[in-house]
Design a binder for this molecule. Sequence first.
Ligand code: LAN
Length: 724
Amino acid sequence: PWRTDAQGHLKSDDNGDPKTDYTRWRLVNEEGRQTWRYLESDTENSAWLQTVAEKYHMGLPTGLPILPEAKSPLQSAENGLSFFSKLQLEPGNWACEYGGPMFLLPGILITYYVTNTPIPRKIKRYLFARQNPEDGGWGLHIEAHSSCFGTSMNYVALRLVGAHEDDPRMIKARGLLHKFGGAIYGPHWAKFWLSVLGVMDWEGVNPVPPEIWLLPDWVPFAPWRWWIHMRQVFLPMSYIWSKKWSFPLNDFTRQLRQELYPQPYESINFAQHRNSIHPADNYYPKTWLLNGINELLVRVWNPFLRVKAITKRAEDWTWELIRMEDENTDYAGLGPVNNPMNMVACYIHDGPDSYSVRRHRERLNDYMWLKGEGMLANGTNGVQVWDTTFVTQAVVVAGLADDPKWRPMLTKALEFIEDHQLRENVPDQEKCYRQHRKGAWPFSTKTQGYTVSDCTAEGLRSTIQLQEMYDFPKLISLDRLKDSVDCLLLMQNPTGGFTEYETTRASAKVEWLNAAEVFGGIMIGYDYPECTTASVTALSLFSKFYPDYRAAEIKAAKDKAVTYIKRVQRTDGSWYGSWGICFTYAAMFALESLASIGETFETSENSRRGCEFLLSKQKEDGGWGESYLSSEKHVYVQHEKSQVCQTAWACLALLEAQYPHKEPLEKAMKLLMSRQQANGEWLQESIEGVFNQSCMISYPNYKFYWPIRALGLYAKKFGNEPLQ
Ligand code: LAN
């Protein structure tokens, strides 16, 4: 239950809990829906045994055995798989933490607080664990420099979970926040959330007019054309902004108002601070165009021209779209930013006790993840489909799929993949601007249910590999595979490239309206080398087994896609990766797709340049290591240390491209093997993934299946000689 008294004073909370307390937690997995549950009762706790996976994810000793030492790459791959196979969950998928961004949990906590929702345990522990030790702040993501966004939001988050204002760590954080100039120097999203909580004035928030949703569809910058995450966040945000809804002031929020700013709250002229932003936060400054529009909206439209009847229509229409998003996802939502905002909108519209609020309350749990450092918010409701498809592919590519030992594991994985293919379009697809989804695979689960092009490609590929190449039960019929091909073909842009969720719906000029300040490239769906190449590779495989189905169209789509891939290759031979760090990640997908149409190191100039780029980045110790700063700066930045995951990506790129010389690869294999632990596992290194160019996100399972895949493929191509 919520730990405040009637005045909103926080009672002391449970976060001083000892580590042994972790023995009371269980991960419940209902058809891929993953939630952590704390067992209050001793009898239940002793009757319901903890699994290896649960122990592993919480950082408890797993008790998994020491394995015979791997002498050869294939043995190393098998040891890795022995360990990793123990983490498979009952429905057939693998789970993981999906943290990294430091702005998700605070939004969820503010939502919990303003809707009177009980707050899960162990969050305080996580937030303190992630505080930057030097300056006491937090950044945009776990490896970033401290910023006003990170520090103000996580300071508030900690206060909401009961951290005391006089705690030395809080004093340090507050000192930094005041050095930044106080919470008024945060970006738009911070100002929005703080206004919802009632510790900032709505005057300080640049306008988010729901009226924009009334623009006719043909308008080139109408919101239905924006990048899906932006428009789905903008949607509830505009509804709440229009209502200027704030949590009613209580003693606690009154007190917070005094902590967040260096000057007394009452003396602040919030309207003057709409555009205040600290340089540490200003990754992507607003354009003069957007600043001009904001001035007009604030000075002319809002006071003089805003018409009540039109506002009402706009609120009704945004509410309708919010409702459709909630119903289409059973209140799980597209992601962890729009979903809590939708919950606040439901709270305003439907009231505190409504079904919508109660269902959201349950569903927010799907985003929470427990690890040794405490409880955090994941970037999606999981990585279920994505990870599971890559595990099966790793086993296949490594040459281990016909070993009976792995058959039960792979069968379960295939069952999971089958269960989560999307079978029908959403009702009223056009009305709520959704992309076709029949036949697609999502990133996480069918409940979330959003088509993703490369997830569809990987799902298709895994299925064909298991069902056609290794004779696994045909759980997914040919018709359903054709559905997924149809879906992929619908996702290609006229440029030849593929976006992740939808085809591109507007010109890149809409980027001039980017109001987020902290993210780049967010206003429209762009072409991505990774999504495009994954689609080519999957379509190539499909046509190999079913050469007659839509042959001409598939060929045309592939040709166009390959032209795009070659066009966006840089002169140095690299590709910029948008979803993994960074050039190394994109090279793997790109070189594999070129190989899938027969273009390799020996036969293709593009492939050769791609390989040479990678080779020029190999480190002394044989590994590859790329810093997250590559994604931010758009140039290759070496990490100070080589990384298991990037080493595997680079090797897979070279191996798929049929790079003929063994030496650099052999050196890399030795590095992968030297980092493996005696029980077969690899340890967590630096963060692996990225979005919006500036925000990093963890893919903890990458350190398992990419090395397994690379080690096995190496053994296939260069032989499984002992390496040491
Ligand atoms: C993801 C996660 C998966 C990722 C891949 C499939 C790996 C990629 O190839 C395509 C894009 C996609 C689906 C993707 C898009 C953006 C997401 C959903 C994320 C990086 C996870 C979190 C992020 C989301 C936008 C976070 C919330 C933040 C906002 C700015 C709204």
